[in-house]
Design a protein around this ligand. Structure first.
Ligand SMILES: [Fe+2]
Length: 190
């Protein structure tokens, strides 16, 4: 299943530490429309897909989202730099520092912890695929908001690349939906 290559899916660089931006990017680490939510939404839903191709699409995207979580984590870590407790306080990360220090944790930009209620899995593949398409659009919108919040060209480049992957995932879930609908139309409905 895995071929181990010791590199990120796309290089992550930042021009300088920026604690406010690190705080914003937590939206994509542990927020409702984050890469973490996407991974576990897809990696729980995949097993009820009615065809091997649809199942593979959902699993492949779920695992790619974990690679994106690695990129987002790397970006936050670089943006935090060697922040002092005082600097973290000033950037609105004071409570984060008290509970986690400089470690990353699964919460959103406002510090709200991740919860499994952000994701859902049903035994209806069409329901799931439509949810996934909406989730990809919400993640794309979140990346667009993040791009607006920084003038660091390096950070913008990585965010734009991640945004582009959300568009591709939306399209691939659309392909899976077409296949599943076609297959289900050939058998009796309940
Ligand atoms: Fe995605």
């Amino acid at each position: 299943m895995w071929v181990y290559v010791k590199q990120l899916e796309y290089p992550v660089r930042v021009s300088r530490p920026d604690l406010e931006m690190a705080k914003n990017i937590f939206a994509q680490f542990g927020g409702p429309d984050s890469e973490f939510s996407a991974s576990w939404r897809y990696l729980t839903q995949a097993w009820i897909m009615p065809s091997g191709v649809a199942k593979s699409i959902v699993i492949d995207i779920g695992t790619e989202e974990l690679a994106h979580l690695e990129m987002v984590g790397t970006m936050i870590d670089l943006l935090l730099g060697d922040a002092t407790p005082e600097q973290m306080d000033k950037a609105g990360l004071g409570a984060h520092y008290v509970e986690h220090g400089r470690s990353l944790f699964l919460h959103d930009a406002a510090g709200v912890p991740w919860t499994s209620s952000y994701v859902q899995a049903h035994d209806d593949p069409i329901t799931n695929l439509r949810e996934n398409m909406a989730a990809e659009q919400k993640a794309r919108t979140t990346y667009e908001h993040l791009i607006c919040k920084t003038n660091d060209e390096q950070v913008r480049k990585t965010l734009a690349w991640l945004r582009e992957r959300e568009v591709v995932h939306f399209q691939r879930f659309g392909e899976a939906l077409d296949r599943v609908q076609e297959r289900m139309s050939r058998r009796p409905h309940f």
